[in-house]
Design a binder for this molecule. Structure first.
Ligand code: DAK
Length: 261
């Protein structure tokens, strides 16, 4: 598959997606989002890949949806289409991928860029990362999950301030607030993201899928429902060969050899 707006490669068992419109701070044009979706679908279908990374460049993960694409749109275009960014193969692929996706963020992650990072399973941030939902500055509001995921991640006070004023958060504040899992020196981000994704890719794939699903259920259910879901998922891992192998390997003091079955 030939991509124009992203660089895609398989690194070991990791699907690597680099947003690549440096001249526009990786602004998320419709074509770019569509390509991200296609790359995710391809990695999801590839048995050799166990996890993915989405990253940008050192200046920007992505500075938001492409304002030049959006400028001429009106309400009726957006409302009738309901997916101005080709949501079915872009945002939807990101939102529904079963394999874990790590966002490795350096520089600006703004608007749709912040939303894309938050739609990933977790964010590793360079010390240069800056997060924000500045849509208010251009007379609109977040449209790809910013008011919802940011609020769940950092709480109402910070999310509300950021959405109402466009204020950006630096990496330190983002880590304190729970938006990112860890901060790394910028020059170490890529290697660490690859290492973490590679580690996940080696785990039992059914267990990884179940863990991802169970953590996500925490955002969509009551505690009781979530606990019930987790208990069922936990029990169901005992129907896998990998659980037998994992526990057996522990007892025999060796490394497990998961077959993803
Ligand atoms: N769109 C288009 N071009 C952009 C851009 C963007 N979002 N951000 C930067 N660029 C372009 C600039 O126009 C400039 O291009 P040239 O003038 O050189 O041709 C180039 O990138 C370099 O940018 P600057 O010269 O501005 O660089 P600075 O270092 O001075 O500033 C900045 C960097 C990131 C602070 C600044 O560029 C900036 O404020 N950018 C805009 C940030 C922003 O407002 N983002 C929110 C956009 S709205 C949805 C899905 C997604 C969305 C909504 C709905 N659905 C699925 C329903 C998302 C909406 C948004 O993200």
């Amino acid at each position: 598959m030939e991509y124009q707006n992203i660089l895609v490669e398989t690194r070991g068992a990791v699907g690597w997606i680099q947003l690549n419109r440096p001249e526009a701070m990786n602004a998320l044009s419709m074509a770019l989002v569509s390509e991200v979706g296609q790359a995710i679908e391809a990695f999801q279908a590839d048995d050799e890949v166990g996890a993915m990374v989405i990253t940008g460049n050192e200046k920007a993960f992505a500075a938001g949806a492409d304002i030049k694409d959006m400028e001429g749109q009106d309400f009726i275009d957006l409302f009738l289409a309901d997916f101005p960014y080709n949501r079915r193969d872009g945002w939807d692929s990101l939102n529904t991928a079963r394999k874990p996706i790590i966002a490795a963020v350096s520089g600006f992650a703004l608007g749709g860029g912040c939303e894309m990072a938050m739609a990933c399973d977790f964010i590793l941030a360079a010390d240069t990362a800056r997060f924000g939902q500045p849509e208010i500055n251009i007379g609109t509001i977040p449209g790809a999950g910013g008011t919802q995921r940011l609020t769940r991640a950092v709480g109402k006070a910070k999310a509300m301030e950021m959405c109402l004023t466009g204020r950006m958060m630096d990496a330190e504040e983002a880590e304190r607030a729970g938006l990112v899992s860890r901060i790394l020196p910028a020059e170490e981000l890529e290697a660490e993201a690859l290492k973490v994704a590679g580690k996940i890719a080696k785990m039992s794939r059914p267990a990884v899928y179940m863990a991802k699903e169970a953590v996500n259920v925490a955002f969509e259910s009551s505690l009781q429902e979530g606990l019930r879901f987790e208990r069922r998922a936990f029990a169901s891992t005992f129907a896998t060969e990998d659980q037998k192998e994992g526990m057996n390997a522990f007892v025999e003091k060796r490394k497990p050899d998961f077959k993803h079955r």
